[in-house]
Structures are given as C-alpha cells and as structure tokens.
Design a protein around this ligand. Structure first.
Ligand code: GAL
Length: 665
C-alpha cells in the first residue's frame, strides 16, 4: 500500500489550488510562480463539483485536464480532490431532502458549502459516482500523487437531525443495544424517558430543557460514524480503481473543532493530513500549533504526516483577522516540520477575488508577488528544497498526554458543575507547561500501552471504561508516573457517574477521593500553600494514602488537599484536583518530570520561547525556533542545513529565526 503522495521530491510544499476561480490565461502564470516558489504539491478540485458535473451524470473534465497537464509540465504533483465537499445547487434543488437539518428543525440551504446530510443516500450515491468518474478519468494521469476525499468532514455540518438521520440512528442503536440495554445505558428512568420501541427514539432535537446526556453522547458517536462511512465509501471506490494511489482526507486537529474521533479516522487513511489555523489573537498561538502538530503525529502513529492547510498570513473567519508578522509564517511552517510533518501546504495558492474567503491570505496575495508574503513563500520554498534529508525521520518523546475525544464531547454538554470548562484549553494548559520545560510530547489514545513513556499526563479523561482505567493503573503499578487532572475518571462510557467518591475510575491509583465538587465563581481565585493560585475548579478531596503536595490556604475548602502524590505499586500517581495558574502548573509538572527522571530545559537555553525539537533518522536534526525578539544561544554542534555553516559548541538562533542543525554525535 502506498502511504505517501507518490514521486514527491523532498518535503511537500504548496497549497490548495483553485484554478476554477480564475480565467484560463492565469493558469500558466500560476505554474510559473509556483516553480519560482519551489511548490511541488497542490490540492486541486476540492470545491469543483459544479464545474465538473454540470448536471446529473454530465461530466466536464476538459478544463481540469488542462490544469493537470500544465501542473505536470511544471513538475508539480497533484493531490486530487474527489470534489465532493460542496454539492452543486442543481443537485440540492432536485433533492432538497439531502440538505441537513439543525436540532431546531431548520433545514439549511445551499449557497455556501458542505450542504448535505451525512446520512443522505442521495448525497452518498452522487458523491461515490463522482469519485468513481474522477478515478476512472485520472487513473493514468502522471500528475496524480494522492487522493483528497471530501474536505474537512464535519467542519460545518457534523450533526444532522433530519428524519433520515433519525432512521439511521435507530439502526445504529439497534446494532449495539437491546431496548433494555439502551434504557439502562441512557438512565431513562430519569424524567420518564423509558423507550418501549426503537421507533420512539429521535435524534436529540431541541427539547424543553436539558437533553439526556447519554443520548447526546451516543448521537455524537453515531454522527462521527456516519461521516466516517461517507469517507470510506469514496475511499473504497478509489482504492478499487487506483490501488496504488494513496488516499487521505484532511483532519482538523485544532482549537476550533471537536466533532470527530480522529483516533478512529486515522486508521482509515493511507497517510494522515491535517489543517491548522492559529488563534491569531493569542500570544501563545505557536504553542497551540505545536500541540496540534504533536497530536497529529500521534494520530499518524509516529509516522510522517502532511500539513494540508495553514495560512500564509491572516484568515477571514476570526473576529479580528490579524496578519502574520514577517518571519511568523516561516516559523509556523518549520514548527510543523520539526514535529514530524513531511510537508506543509496552505489554503490557498492565489487569494480569491470574490467569494466569502477573499480576505483570507494565500501564497499569492491580491497585491501580487512584490509582497512580504510571496517573498517569504519563496524563501521557505527554497529552504525546504535543502531539507529533503529529513524526509521519513521521526520524533521521540519521553512524555505522553492521553487525549480522549469522547471526554471532550461529554464535557461540553450542559448541566455540569461548571460551564467554564473547555477540554482543549485544559489539555493545552498542561501541554504549555511541558513546552516551556522543553519536553517533547507524544499524544496517545485511551487504551494505548504506556510503557514506553517515563511520564503520562491524563487530563480530564472523563468518560472512562473499566478496561481503559486498568491500562493507566497497570502502567503505574509497573513503575510508570502519571499526572491525573480533575474531571478524569468521574463517569463511565455512558456518562453515568461512578459511585463511591470521585474520581471513581482512578481513586485507588491516586490514593485520594473527593466527596463534593466546589467549582469557583467567575473571577474567584483560591491561594494554595505553595503560593500558587487556582481558579475555576476545586473539590473536597480526602486522602486515602496519598501525600499532600499543596493544599488550599483560603477559599471554600481551607486546609483541604489540592495537589497530591501517591506511591502505587512501583510507580507514582499525581492528582491535580484544581485548575492551577500557569506558574503553579509549571512547578507541579516540573516536579512530576524530575520525579520521573525526565530532563527539562535543554542545556544552554535560558530563554522562554525557544523551541527545540529533534527528528531522528540515521542522524539527528535539531530544529531550533526562536519565537522571541532576542537572540538565543544554545549548546550544539553540527552543520546548519539551511546555510551550510558548521557550528561547533555554540549555536546562535537569532530573534525570530529558525535553524535546522544536522547534529554531530
Ligand atoms: C479550511 C477549509 C478551507 C478554507 C480554510 C480557510 O477550514 O478547508 O477550504 O476554508 O479553512 O481558513
């Protein structure tokens, strides 16, 4: 099986290319400018359905043939879309029942994109028919390097509440439960919700007040599966017709999206690809980027992955769309490469003139090529050209974060002890502490064997099966170190609370147990005995063998343990029962790291904001990214691959700069 875009020379570099937005005379110039920028891979046709299938079964490939021929002549490989991401108006007009329906019953209209119900048999038939046409037509085209199925499944429509979905949901449930099991798993004795026939079960549409949490969680799982089935249907068609062309679909592993369980999706793609956009207002946006890259590498099972989209500068969909400063796009690109990507592409090649994304940056801006953006694009393209030697190398990490999508789904539901909790931001808080400590992190799925890691962070692992809880306990018993954070282990896989004291799934391994949650008021902070503070969350914890690391000095629970440490078997389990401030979290994570024997703060690095990551192959490459406005010195020796200079002992990484050092051993 082919697991990477074929015949790609070195690191992938390019963009979504949407030539259908431009008159044909622009295309030759596009290819010429791509060559100047070192572009070697573009995604084509993602939103071209209306131009390819102009009416039912009537396909027009001529224009796309000419585009692919031009790209091929220019030496540019093509990640060809199946073009199914945005059904054309002729299709939704003929079959309005394929349009998605919101929880409040409103059927959405065409006029933007992704206007289809994930369970619609019509969409599925037409999409697989188009994928088959595309594959048959382009199977022998020399530019074809990979297939790009759909686009960001679930980006806009990830839950649909129509009657077709209701029917599919019932089938999904009936395949997993008897009626009795369903009533039990969903705790339907509460509020008189008992079902006597599957036909009575609906998608969780708008109800007078809170919906049933287990019902909502199962609908989340069902909806995820429905989208995955759509992807697989297209993929299987492609695999049949072009068995040697790898297939992917671009994930959204980032702060904006939490609708799909990518651990499951990752098993179904030939290579993992991801889209990442920074939160432009956040001063720590590069750290969130690093977390997304590490999680994507985890999804890829440690193998190289492709950044399918990011932005050269501003996006168009945030409240304030802040442009990137000179050097920022370059740093972002290299961060992804440092963390295991073997290529980075942008949305998009040429900035649109019309349409809702006309203020979104691109590789060629509205102002043309004499611009900061295009110059930087050419610079990075040339630098990537010198970095082919890192292709295929991997990243090692001593620490893992256990990341669970379902816990994120469950915790965003209503009627929890606080509505202030955000799963991604919570994980990010721990990731930041590790990033500042200079520790490289892997992400792992629930149930993963953890023995390769010196320390594992288990943040808000809320809905936990007995089997997954046992994996964590066995790891600690065998000598592992864990940091478990509040809201972990509270519920079973149907969001039913585990009785006998929180966190039910982990109280033995933690040697501690809470009798009551004490979330804090907005703006309220509590001081801890070690001088740190916490906000958002505290709980009434009792010791059952653990030692106290810090307790509350004030607030609703003075004297109660807030951070504990427990010797369990041959290992150690920390419990952080409150939402620590950045400094306290850094200190506690630092103690856990040193207790687990993990080296922090690489030698010679005195500044916060210097990112150091290694890729390993036959040799190792140190990627040093300076996010600060002062020069940094680090101890290192080798050859600076970008400049060719030799470095002996002391490496200067200039303010805002990136260095890739082939290290001497
Ligand atoms: C992605 C999408 C692209 C483009 C981009 C803008 O979500 O895949 O087509 O819309 O966002 O940032």
């Amino acid at each position: 099986m082919t697991t990477w875009p074929t015949d790609l020379p070195g690191l992938g570099w390019g963009a979504d290319y949407n030539p259908e937005q431009w008159p044909e005379h622009v295309w030759a110039e596009d290819v010429e400018l791509m060559r100047r920028a070192g572009v070697n891979l573009v995604s084509v046709g993602i939103f071209s359905w209306a131009k390819i299938e102009v009416s039912k079964g009537e396909y027009r490939f001529g224009w796309l043939d000419r585009v692919l021929d031009l790209l091929h002549e220019g030496g540019i490989r093509v990640d060809l879309a199946t073009a199914t991401a945005a059904p054309p108006p002729w299709l939704t007009t003929e079959y309005p029942e394929m349009l998605p329906v919101r929880a409040d019953g409103v059927r959405l209209s065409h006029g933007s994109r992704q206007a289809y119900c994930p369970s619609s048999p019509i969409y599925r038939d037409r999409a697989t028919a188009l994928a088959a046409e595309m594959a048959t037509h382009y199977r022998d085209h020399p530019a074809l390097a990979a297939w790009h199925v759909g686009n960001e499944y679930g980006c806009h429509v990830n839950r649909c509440y129509c009657d077709t979905c209701a029917e599919s949901f019932r089938e999904w449930l009936a395949a997993r439960y008897t009626l009795d099991q369903l009533n039990d798993a969903w705790s339907t004795a509460f509020w008189s919700q008992g079902y006597t026939d599957f036909a009575q079960v609906l998608p969780p549409r708008v109800t007078p007040t809170f919906a049933n949490p287990a019902h909502v969680l199962d609908f989340d799982r069902f909806s995820d599966d429905a989208l995955l089935e759509l992807y697989k249907a297209e993929r299987d068609v492609l695999r049949m017709i072009t068995p040697d062309v790898p297939v992917t679909t671009n994930f959204m592993v980032n702060w904006t999206f939490n609708a799909l369980d990518y651990w499951k999706w990752a098993r179904e793609v030939d290579f993992v690809s991801n889209d990442h956009y920074t939160e432009s207002q956040s001063p720590d946006r590069h750290i969130e980027l690093a977390m997304s890259a590490d999680l994507t590498r985890g999804l890829a099972g440690g193998k190289p992955w492709l950044l399918m989209e990011h932005s050269t500068s501003a996006v168009n969909w945030q409240h304030r769309n802040i442009a990137k400063l000179p050097g920022e796009m370059r740093r972002h690109s290299f961060q992804h490469i440092a963390r295991g990507a073997d290529g980075t592409l942008f949305f998009q090649w040429r900035q649109s003139r019309g349409g809702s994304e006309r203020y979104h940056s691109a590789m060629v801006p509205h102002a043309g090529t004499d611009t900061k953006v295009y110059r930087e694009v050419c610079q990075v393209g040339a630098e990537y050209g010198r970095l082919a030697e890192v292709v295929g190398s991997t990243v090692d990490a001593p620490v893992a974060i256990l990341f669970d999508y379902r816990s994120g789904w469950a915790l965003r539901q209503d009627a929890h002890p606080t509505a202030d909790f955000d799963h991604w931001q919570h994980v990010l808080g721990y990731y930041k502490a590790l990033w500042h400590a200079g520790v490289t992190v892997d992400f792992v799925a629930p149930g993963t064997n953890l023995s390769a890691y010196s320390l594992v962070v288990v943040p808000a692992f809320y809905t936990v099966s007995d089997a997954h809880a046992a994996v964590v306990a066995d790891y600690v018993a065998g000598g592992g170190h864990v940091v478990v954070t509040y809201l972990s282990g509270v519920a079973d896989e149907h969001t039913r609370v585990r009785l006998g004291g929180y966190p039910g799934a982990f109280r033995d391994v933690l040697g501690a147990c809470s009798e009551e949650f004490f979330p804090l008021r907005q703006g309220e902070t509590v001081t801890l005995t070690d001088g740190s503070t916490c906000s958002l969350w505290t709980e009434h914890l009792h010791l059952r063998g653990a030692e106290v690391v810090a307790s509350y000095a004030d607030g609703p629970l003075p004297g109660v343990a807030a951070v504990t440490r427990n010797a369990f078997g041959n290992g150690v389990a920390w419990y952080i029962a409150c939402d620590l401030d950045e400094e306290g979290l850094g200190r506690t994570v630092g103690s856990a790291l040193s207790g687990a024997g993990v080296a922090v703060s690489p030698k010679g690095v005195e500044h916060r904001g210097i990112e150091l990551v290694r890729r390993h192959g036959d040799v190792s490459w140190l990627f040093a990214v300076n996010h600060t406005d002062t020069d940094a010195q680090i101890e290192a020796s080798g050859v600076d691959v970008l400049s060719g200079t030799k470095v002996s002992g002391r490496l200067t990484v200039r303010a805002g700069d990136v260095v890739v050092l082939r290290e001497e051993v």
